[in-house]
Design a protein around this ligand. Structure first.
Ligand code: ZN
Length: 189
């Protein structure tokens, strides 16, 4: 089932999400729905708060990046109760991010190029991995959602000021998307 995506300006995107328990009702179905919702919107990642659930879980499929970033291929996973154990490497500053909750905004975001992460998969098996390249990038973007952050928070004050009107428009629902959004006043194309 395709779920409506929550837009910038909604309180849930500013909330710190809660851990997911193994007996979370309907978890398998929810994971399927999150992948389906992400694919329908042509996204490469989707965090639970973006579908109005304040729980620490996100899905990623970075395969669409494979032309530019070959390491995106096969990076398809669900991450439950993820943690970032360590930031490593240089700062990767010139990668343009976008977000399904912030339609039509694309900006270069600076993030560490390598992260050591810990997470559970859909069977609650724990993994610790070092991610780099596009994998580290998408993971950090999605992880921010669980902490109540969005990528525009990481821009310089000047860039944020330049985006103010666009962000206000999204908050007010004055935006068109070709995927289903939660806010009643956001119209589909
Ligand atoms: Zn996002």
């Amino acid at each position: 089932m395709i779920l409506p995506i929550v837009g910038y300006g909604s309180a849930i995107l500013r909330q710190v999400s809660e851990p997911v328990s193994e007996d979370y009702p309907g978890l398998k179905q929810l994971i399927d729905d999150m992948f389906e919702t992400m694919y329908a919107a042509n996204g490469v990642g989707l965090a639970a708060p973006q579908i109005d659930l304040p729980i620490r879980m996100f899905v990623i499929d970075a395969s669409p990046f494979k032309e530019t970033y070959p390491d995106g291929e096969g990076f398809k996973k669900v991450f439950i109760n993820p943690e970032i154990l360590e930031f490593k490497g240089e700062i990767w500053a010139d990668f343009q991010e976008g977000c399904l909750s912030l339609p039509d905004i694309h900006q270069d975001v600076a993030r560490p190029s390598i992260v050591v992460v810990k997470y559970l998969d859909e069977n609650f098996v724990e993994y610790t991995e070092e991610l780099d390249g596009i994998r580290a990038r998408v993971f950090q973007h999605e992880y921010d959602h669980l902490e109540g952050k969005v990528f525009t928070d990481r821009l310089s004050p000047l860039r944020r000021t330049l985006l103010k009107r666009k962000l206000q428009d999204i908050s007010a629902g004055k935006i068109y998307t070709d995927y289903k959004m939660k806010r009643r006043n956001i119209k589909r194309k």
